[in-house]
Design a protein around this ligand. Structure first.
Ligand SMILES: NC(=O)c1ccc[n+]([C@@H]2O[C@H](COP(=O)([O-])OP(=O)(O)OC[C@H]3O[C@@H](n4cnc5c(N)ncnc54)[C@H](OP(=O)(O)O)[C@@H]3O)[C@@H](O)[C@H]2O)c1
Length: 325
């Protein structure tokens, strides 16, 4: 089954996820969808010092939005801020330093942000990683899971009350088409039992992001949730985490600007919120979260068990030693 899914996904990817896939899809984009002002709206974008996150922050800043960029490396973040401010002329760009793999720090950051700000219109969970060896964080959690899943869970859950009291609130998570090869596996979240294959761990985390989004869309109807695939983009994450794929595909990869188009559209356009909450988007269209005959559907009780498990982990790291929130 996994070979079947991988082959189907790669064929789909060659057709749709490449630069030419974007060029074909973009023929039907309506330019007026992005003809909007973001003055008076505030955005939080994780991993905005580079790639898709930076391209998104740049466009939103040019449209007048207030942008909170959340990055783990202060120097990289400050450099990105300078570039965005100088290109956009918008000084409302703020740097926050946070390593999303450090689960307790995510709580601390989000609680402090909630106290200091009266509104947040859009949260963009963009930061993502593929750590190729099994590493654990200071809470004893596997780092890909901690960053891609639990970090997104804690940040979003903690900011929900702030989002709910803001106008037209949205949460968008940058997943990956790679998730299509994985069925949710709630039984081995830390990859303790299965052999550690970073590509599959990443794909599982990206499936988990889709499942979380669908769940939250039902649980929090005041907020519009979406999750998306940016296509295959030429960014530092791909070059460093998947060097062979990068070498093979580099001439066909999308630019970061092309890959950020749907993310920007989901964050800014009025059209977006005419779609139901909780969908998975690719090139400004909702698309299926399953490949044909791939057996990746999960029963509701597995989804609930997974969400309960995230809540338990999130609460346990919040109250772990050194707790001051
Ligand atoms: N590029 C693609 O083909 C592709 C395809 C599907 C999905 N995606 C997704 O797109 C998103 C953006 O990635 P990208 O391709 O634009 O790569 P990128 O340019 O390397 O950006 C990734 C960002 O995430 C940040 N990040 C990673 N781990 C972090 C942590 N523990 N705490 C805080 N920030 C962290 C990175 O910070 P540093 O700069 O400090 O490393 C960087 O800012 C990711 O979620 C990725 O999974 C990308």
């Amino acid at each position: 089954m996994s070979l079947y899914r991988n082959i189907l996904w790669f064929i789909k990817g060659m057709r749709e996820y490449t630069r030419s896939g974007f060029e074909n899809a973009s023929k039907s984009f309506a330019a007026k969808d992005l003809d909007v002002s973001m003055v008076g709206r505030s955005f939080m974008i994780t991993g905005a010092n580079s790639g898709i996150g930076k391209a998104t922050a740049m466009t939103i800043a040019k449209k007048g939005g207030t942008v909170h960029i959340v990055c783990r490396n202060k120097e990289k973040a400050e450099r990105a801020r300078e570039e965005i401010v100088s290109a956009s002329g918008n000084t409302m760009v703020f740097v926050h330093v946070l390593d999303l793999s450090e689960s307790r720090k995510v709580w601390e950051f989000a609680e402090a942000f909630k106290k200091e700000h009266t509104s947040l219109n859009v949260l963009i969970n963009n930061a993502g990683c593929m750590v190729n060896q099994r590493e654990i964080n200071s809470d004893g959690l596997e780092k890909n899971f901690a960053t891609n899943t639990l970090g997104v869970y804690i940040l979003t859950k903690c900011l929900i009350p702030l989002l709910e009291k803001s106008r037209d609130p949205r949460v968008i998570t940058v997943s990956s088409g790679g998730m299509l090869v994985q069925k949710l596996n709630p039984d081995d979240l830390q990859t303790e039992r299965a052999q550690f294959d970073a590509t599959m761990v990443y794909a599982q985390n990206k499936r988990q992001q889709v499942v979380m989004t669908e769940f939250w869309a039902k649980a929090y109807p005041k907020i519009h949730f979406s999750v998306m695939h940016p296509g295959w983009a030429d960014t530092p994450a791909v070059a460093s985490a998947m060097p062979q794929f990068y070498q093979l595909m580099r001439d066909r990869l999308r630019s970061a600007e092309q890959s950020s188009d749907t993310l920007i559209w989901l964050a800014m356009s009025r059209v977006t919120i005419t779609f139901p909450s909780g969908l998975f988007f690719q090139d400004r269209q909702p698309v299926s979260v399953h490949l044909p005959l791939a057996w990746t559907h999960s029963p509701r009780k597995e989804v609930k068990a997974f969400m309960r498990c995230l809540e338990t982990l999130a609460i346990s790291v919040k109250h772990s030693e050194g707790d001051n929130i």
